[in-house]
Each structure stands twice: as C-alpha cells, then as structure tokens.
Design a protein around this ligand. Sequence first.
Ligand SMILES: *[C@@H]1O[C@H](CO)[C@@H](O)[C@H](O)[C@H]1NC(C)=O
Ligand SMILES: *[C@@H]1O[C@H](CO)[C@@H](O)[C@H](O)[C@H]1NC(C)=O
Ligand SMILES: *[C@@H]1O[C@H](CO)[C@@H](O)[C@H](O)[C@H]1NC(C)=O
Ligand SMILES: *[C@@H]1O[C@H](CO)[C@@H](O)[C@H](O)[C@H]1NC(C)=O
Ligand SMILES: *[C@@H]1O[C@H](CO)[C@@H](O)[C@H](O)[C@H]1NC(C)=O
Ligand SMILES: *[C@@H]1O[C@H](CO)[C@@H](O)[C@H](O)[C@H]1NC(C)=O
Ligand SMILES: *[C@@H]1O[C@H](CO)[C@@H](O)[C@H](O)[C@H]1NC(C)=O
Ligand SMILES: *[C@@H]1O[C@H](CO)[C@@H](O)[C@H](O)[C@H]1NC(C)=O
Ligand SMILES: *[C@@H]1O[C@H](CO)[C@@H](O)[C@H](O)[C@H]1NC(C)=O
Length: 890
Amino acid sequence: MEMLLRVLSFLALNMLLHVHAQTGFISIDCGVDEDYIDNTTKLFYSSDANFIDSGENKNIPYDFTSTIYEKQLTNVRSFPKGVKNCYTLPADQGKDNKYLIRAVFMCGNVQEYNNQLPEFKLYLGVEEWDSVTFNSSYNIVRREIIYVPKTDEIYVCLVNTDSGTPFISALELRPIDDSIYNKTQSGSLVLFNRYNFGSETSETVRYGDDVLDRIWGPYSWSSGESIKAPYSSSGLSENQFKLPAKVMETAVKPVNGTSLDFYLDGIDSSQEFYVYLHVAEIETLVQGQIREFTVSVNKKAISSAIQPRYMIADTYFTQSSLSGSELNFSLSQTNQSTLPPIMNALEIYMIKEFVQLSTEQRNVDAMKKIKSVYQMTKSSWQGDPCLPRNYSWDGLICSDNGYNAPSITSLNLSSSNLAGKIDKSFSNLTSLQYLDLSYNSLNGEVPEFLSEMSSLKTLNLSGNKLTGSVPSALLAKSNDGTLSLSLDGNPDLCKTNSCNTKTKKKNSVVVPVVASIASVVVLLGAIFAVYWRFIGGGRRGKPAGVKPNDRDNVSQLEFQKPDVPNEEENWDSELEEIQKEVIETNGKLEARKQRLSYSEVKRITNNFGEVIGKGGSGLVYNGRLSNGIKVAVKKLSPSLNLAFEQFQNEARYCDEGSNMLLIYEYMANGNLKEHISGKNGSVLSWEQRVQIAIEAAQALEYLHDGCNPSIIHRDVKAANILLNEKMQAKVADFGWSRSMPSESQSHVSATFVVGTSGYLDPEYNKTGKLTKESDVYSFGIVLLELISGRSAKIEDNLSILDWFYPVFESGKLEDIVDPRLQGIFSTNSAWRAVETANSCIPLRSIERQTMSYVVNELKECLKLLEMSSPSNTGVTITRPIGTETGPQAR
Ligand SMILES: *[C@@H]1O[C@H](CO)[C@@H](O)[C@H](O)[C@H]1NC(C)=O
Ligand SMILES: *[C@@H]1O[C@H](CO)[C@@H](O)[C@H](O)[C@H]1NC(C)=O
Ligand SMILES: *[C@@H]1O[C@H](CO)[C@@H](O)[C@H](O)[C@H]1NC(C)=O
Ligand SMILES: *[C@@H]1O[C@H](CO)[C@@H](O)[C@H](O)[C@H]1NC(C)=O
Ligand SMILES: *[C@@H]1O[C@H](CO)[C@@H](O)[C@H](O)[C@H]1NC(C)=O
Ligand SMILES: *[C@@H]1O[C@H](CO)[C@@H](O)[C@H](O)[C@H]1NC(C)=O
Ligand SMILES: *[C@@H]1O[C@H](CO)[C@@H](O)[C@H](O)[C@H]1NC(C)=O
Ligand SMILES: *[C@@H]1O[C@H](CO)[C@@H](O)[C@H](O)[C@H]1NC(C)=O
Ligand SMILES: *[C@@H]1O[C@H](CO)[C@@H](O)[C@H](O)[C@H]1NC(C)=O
C-alpha cells in the first residue's frame, strides 16, 4: 500500500516535471526546504538550493501568513551577510532570447528587521533593475521585467544599501516568444501595470489561464460599466500575445459618454512608456450598430480608427515610446460610431536600458573555476566578478573603459587559504597584470604557463610550499625586468637557473622583489585618463511611422512623442546636424585620440540595430555607452571620399577596412540658428549669448592656433554651432575645412569658393585666397546675430551688415541689441560685444582681428556682466560717455 502511494506520487511529480521542462519555466520558492507543486497554479516550485550559495532560510510566522494563499510568501531567504547576493538562473532557451522574470517579496514579520521595513536594490545581470521598498509588512511587492539576457546565465542580485537586510520570497522565469513585446536595442520592458477590465470577481488571473504566466489584476473602473461576453471562446486567445480568454471575455465601456479616459501622472518625464491595448468585441451588435474609436495621448491621436472584432482578440501597441510628466489617454468614439469604446485589457511597460557589458566570458569562466578549485568562500564572490563596479569580487581589479567588456587586471589572493597546485585556469585571465598568491599553502611546481601570461607584470608566490625549480622563462622575464617576481619563503623551491641547468656552479641570479603595485595603479590610471568623452552632434529622430493595420491580429499604432512636432522639414534639418562633425571647445586632445575598433562600435550600436537617420554620406545609428551617454554613429558610405583625412587626429573615428564611422555626442539643444530665430520659443539671455560666443570663439581659436597645421573652418555660421543639454556650444561641420600647408604660408588658394551666403568673407569670395581671417569675418556675423537676434540674411538681398552699419553709426545700443531681451542686459558688456563684432568684419582681411583677440574681448564682456549690478537693466540705453566703446567711422 505504502509502496503504491510512493510510486503514484513519483509518477505525478514526473508528469509535472515534464510539463515544467516543456514550458521552460523556472519557479523558485526562496527559503523553502523542499520542492513542491503549487496548489493554485499547479506549477512545480523548487527550493533555491541549486541557484544560490548564500543566505539563510526564514519562515514567516503563521500570524503573518494566515490570510495569504500563496505558499511562496510563507518563507523567505534573507541575506544578513555580504553586500551583493546573487541567484544564478540558467537561460534554458539561450541568451538573446526573451524571458519574463519576476521577483516577489513580502517581509511579514518586521521584528526580524529591527522593526523597520527594509529597503534594498535589485540587480539584473550587471545593472540595477529596480529598488525594493515596502509600505507595510503585508505589502506584496512584485518586480517584473521582460528581458533579453546577453549571457547564458542570468544573475538576479540583491544589494544591501544599509537600509535593512535584503530578502526574497520567490523568483520566477518564463520564456516569452521573440515575436511579442518587441522593443529595440538593449531595452527591456519593466512592468508598470497590467489590468484586466470588467472582471466580476477580485480574482487574479495567472498560469493555468495564462500560458505565459502573466499576472492580471482586476481593475474596477469608477465611471465605467463592466461587460461580459455571452460565452467564452478560444478565439480570444488566438493572438500572438496568447491572452487568457478569462481576461479577454470581460471589458469596460463608459457608463455615459463617448470616451474612456485614464491617465498616468506624477511620472518621471524621462521615463519612456510602451502601452499594449488588448480589445475584442464581446457585445452582440445588431444591424446598423458600429463600434469604432481612436486612441489619443494628451489630445493627440496616436491611432487610426479601431473596430474591435467579434470574439477575436486584437492587440494594439505603441510603435515608439511615450513620455511626459503626464500622459492622458483617451479612447474616443468616432463620428460614424454608434457605440462607445471598449477596452478588455491593458499593459503598461517602462523601458529600461541594459547597456553594460558583462565581464569578458573567458575571465568569468576562469574565476568560477578558481572559485570551485580552491573552494573559495568569500561572500562577495557571487554574480559577475567585475560588475556592478562597486560590488566586484573581493581581491579583483578590473579594466573598465566604458565600451569593452571588463576584464580582470589584478588578482590578490594573498592569505586566502589556497591549497593544492596553481591551477591552469589562471592562464585564461589574459589581461592579468598583477597576481598575488602569497601566504597560502600552494604546493607542487611553479607552472610553465605563468611565463606565457603576456600581460603579467607582477607575480608574488612567496610564503607557499612550492617545490621543484622555477621555469627558466619566468626567471628570464624577471631578469630582464619585464616581470617583478617574488618567490621568498618557499623553502623547497630552487629559485635559480642552476636547478634547470643542473650545474653546480653558483649562479648569482638576483630575483627582484617588488611589493608595490604602483605600476598597476599607474597603468589603471592611464586607462581611466583616456576614458572618453564624445565629440560631435546629432539628434535622435522620430522613428519611421508604421501604418496601422486594423485587420491584423497585432497592429502597430504610430504612437508618437506628444510634444514633438510632426514636421518632415524638422527632421531633415536634424539630419543635417547629425552629419556634422564637432570639435570640443576646451581642447581635450587626449580624449580625441581615442580610437575604437569596429567591433566596439558595433557593440555600442547593438550591431547597428537602430537607424535614426539617413544622410547623403551614410546611415546614422543610435548608440549608447555603458555610462548612459547617448551617441549617434554615422557609417560613411565607402564610396565617399570626404575631406576627413585632415582630421584623423582630431576627430574621433573608427576606420576598419571600408567602414568609416563617426561618433557624435547627442546635442540636445539643436543649433544656434534655431535659438536666434526664436523658432523653439525660448529667448537666450544676454549671459547665455556671451557664453555661447566665447565657447564658439575658443573652438575656432583652437583650430587656428592650437592645431598644427592650423585649420580653417570655412563654413562658420549659426547653424553650425550646436548646443548640448547644458547649452554648451560646439562648432560643427568640418566638411569643407582646410588645413594650412605650412606656417610660412599665409593663405591657401581654393579651387572653388565655399561657404554660406551671408557669412562669406567678401575678400575670399573675390580672390579665392583663404585665410584664418575668413573665419573671423564669418564669426563676426554670427556674433552680430547673437547680439541683435537678427539672421545673417535679413532679406534676399539684404545682409545683416546693411542693417548694422546705419544703427551702429547712430550709436543707439537699444536699436542694436535684440529687443526680445527687453532691455535686460548689461550696457557695458553689450557695447564691448558690438565692438568686438565690428572688429571682425572689415572688408580687408588684414584689418580684422584674430580669434584669440576675439576670445579675450568676449571674456571681458562676461566680466563686465558679472560686475554689473542687477539694477543695471534699465530700458533707456545710451552709449556710455567717456569710453572708447562707441562706433568708429568706417
Ligand atoms: C494546498 O495543499 C496543502 C496540502 O497539500 C493543503 O494543506 C492546503 O490547504 C492547500 N491549500 C489550498 C489553498 O488549497
Ligand atoms: C501599499 O502598496 C500597495 C501596492 O503595492 C497598495 O495596494 C496598498 O494600498 C499600499 N498600502 C498602504 C498602506 O499604503
Ligand atoms: C518582433 O520581432 C521579431 C524578431 O525581430 C519579428 O520577427 C516580429 O515580426 C516582430 N513582431 C512584431 C509584432 O513587431
Ligand atoms: C447620462 O447622461 C444623461 C444626459 O446627459 C443624464 O441625464 C443621465 O443622468 C446620465 N446617466 C448617468 C448614469 O450618469
Ligand atoms: C491631463 O488631465 C488632467 C486632468 O484631467 C489635466 O489637469 C491635465 O492638464 C492634462 N494634461 C495634459 C498634458 O493634457
Ligand atoms: C467629426 O465631427 C466633428 C464635429 O462634429 C468634426 O469637426 C470632424 O471633422 C468630424 N470628423 C470626421 C472624420 O468626420
Ligand atoms: C559607488 O561608490 C561610490 C563611492 O563609494 C559612490 O559615490 C557611488 O554612488 C557608488 N555607486 C553605486 C551605483 O552605488
Ligand atoms: C592583498 O591581500 C592581502 C590580504 O587580504 C592584503 O594584506 C594586501 O594588502 C593586499 N595587497 C594589495 C596590494 O592590495
Ligand atoms: C581557457 O579558455 C578556453 C576558451 O574559453 C577553454 O577552452 C579552456 O578550457 C580554458 N582553459 C582552462 C584551463 O580553463
């Protein structure tokens, strides 16, 4: 009898294990001792023994769980020790596939946590996923993400932030079909909320009903009326999104009125949202009845007309992300519709970018091997060895330049109770420069492979029980100074070549002992010093619109960012900007010399995954560095022979075979021309104008005087001065630039004159002789534009100078300075600026000032501004008496 029962239960377990294997689900009840089958979901839950090797199991007292029907919440694994504790989940479907990962937390007994609700961080892979906070001890917190791992093992780590002991109740992984919940690049979707509308019960729908085990909470709509399908139908699940029929057979419609409105407010406007709307007609329509509606966000339509199909589920989702501090959604009945809109279910996700590369795989494998061979019990040795940066494994230093996968450069296992031989796996730490294995109980011979580790500069093996002889190659490296080797305190080790040569002759080999790691520090320092900043400009464009197809099961709505005007023209000018190369104003020459390999750029752009623009000379791709900086990468068509050769040392570029790439910083504030024209609605303050002028002038000064040979820009204009998010100016577009062949030559002769009408140096135009002063002239025009708010060409045949000279001679500053400033500027500063501009624009180039003079004068303008009191903002402006700053007759 007992035997029979055993066999039966064995069969039952096997059957379920089979189901478990088939679906690829991993369900872990953290802190439980034995595996079991969950009563409600019928899913197999395993204990966490095979997924983590730290922490303590804790039961939550019955008092706290008596009302809770989820068994997973009745115990937790808590982590009083160690800063970072990681679960390792196998990605059974392999990396680069999509998984839903859910972590569940309920703390229950607060006494365990010193009567304070704990707070801690959750990391996924090597980056922060979310923080975990509670509002009460019964608060069940779920964190859910749709994630595409880049490694075959997924780390879910809890990080202690000194606000209580981290713990976890359950961890679940569900494979998701690649065709749904699509997002670009490295983006993952963090669940914001998932709603089941019209449900008549308070029941939560999940596995069993939902094959993907999404959790659908009921939502009751105060101004909505719940409706239910007359019967249940499998048609409601026959959608790529595999929606549960139980969720789709109920819906909400307005009680009265023609729209369903909901809004997200108090949201972080930098957060990007994706919305999935699931609809099916579940009322029986009679002849003449039509249900049709459109979706809008902040009053802007983001869909064409939607007609739900009878008992068939259709999913509509945003094609691009939505953001804003408030998102007001409205489903509104169209004119021809006789029925109000309905909504069956809704999912809202937030984009989370995971861009940091994990530690180089061979290093990871080697460290795991070392951990297991020497049975290391260091609590920090969990998850990725190098990352997150602050939580790397004890004793490691890793290289991290922001775009390569980190690798280990220094390993200190001194006094770590290592016993046995020096394992071969150390040889796979190919970037290792410093290895300290001193004061352990290592025995056996000093292995040959240590001499083949080409990066190794310091090797400390002292204080062990090594025997035999030292490989001669290792001694040779030590002798010629390429390796600092320390072998002291290994009584049975022969430390000289004599044992190798088997001669008795005493050899006076001195083994240098270097205990300092100064060289490593210096080296790492150097790596960080070239940690690069980007130069260049570009903008992220709007994605190509995808026409909604409301007859498809899955339709893509062209959801646009609410506040971006939908102008093709706008996009074109943005594209133009992307094509421009930018030089930094404050001369970070070191940074400029950084070169990237093609594969590094490939990684930054996620294999050129997202095209954000197309220009005459190539496609522009979206990219992102591990430090989060957005960049645009332009891949130049190989056929184009642009004038970039001149700038090989200045421009950050990557050139591999026929692939030429330019990387640009994301210039959030567009170009100066837009700001002068007031096109974007804001008026630059006087101080901002002076600041921009200084930065642009410095860039030109650098080109003229800081570069050897010096460089003439040839196309200085407001549209070529780009502004980043801090309104810092960068000079762009070197497409036409020329370098001066030699210092002795004062000009270069151009075969044809280039430049932009309105800014073009008249002398150069006439003679074709290009000098630095041509740039000075153009800059003078830009300065006038900045001062006056007028553009270089006032009308077709009227330049800014035709306007400027008469008003300048009249000496009325208030007529010169941009009226939009409403008199709010310093008179002295403005006069100085006008004078400076005037000194740039004489017809004869020889009479013009140099860029360094201009820079100095503009700096004076800024000083004058700082000196002027706030009250000096009167509207009556006259030329200051007794100064030389008045106009001079021409
Ligand atoms: C689940 O099963 C256990 C024993 O198998 C039983 O004691 C418990 O009451 C069940 N819980 C529910 C909610 O059915
Ligand atoms: C705590 O948060 C949950 C959602 O996580 C919410 O449903 C509940 O009302 C909150 N309780 C309190 C006391 O704020
Ligand atoms: C999602 O992406 C996959 C793979 O890139 C593609 O095959 C599929 O058509 C996409 N699905 C949707 C709905 O865009
Ligand atoms: C619906 O609207 C009509 C007319 O506006 C009004 O008379 C009626 O009271 C409303 N019904 C409800 C339930 O709000
Ligand atoms: C969204 O709706 C709220 C309340 O209805 C309103 O106060 C707010 O101005 C709206 N916001 C936008 C951006 O339309
Ligand atoms: C719908 O009706 C409104 C107001 O009656 C009108 O302004 C709008 O043009 C109509 N739209 C269509 C598509 O007929
Ligand atoms: C890492 O450590 C530094 C210095 O201790 C600290 O300023 C920084 O905020 C930490 N970063 C994270 C992500 O915790
Ligand atoms: C290496 O580790 C040992 C023991 O933890 C420590 O005493 C020593 O200072 C470390 N060496 C360096 C260079 O950090
Ligand atoms: C070193 O790495 C290679 C490639 O990953 C692997 O095949 C080899 O087994 C590793 N060697 C050791 C000793 O672990």
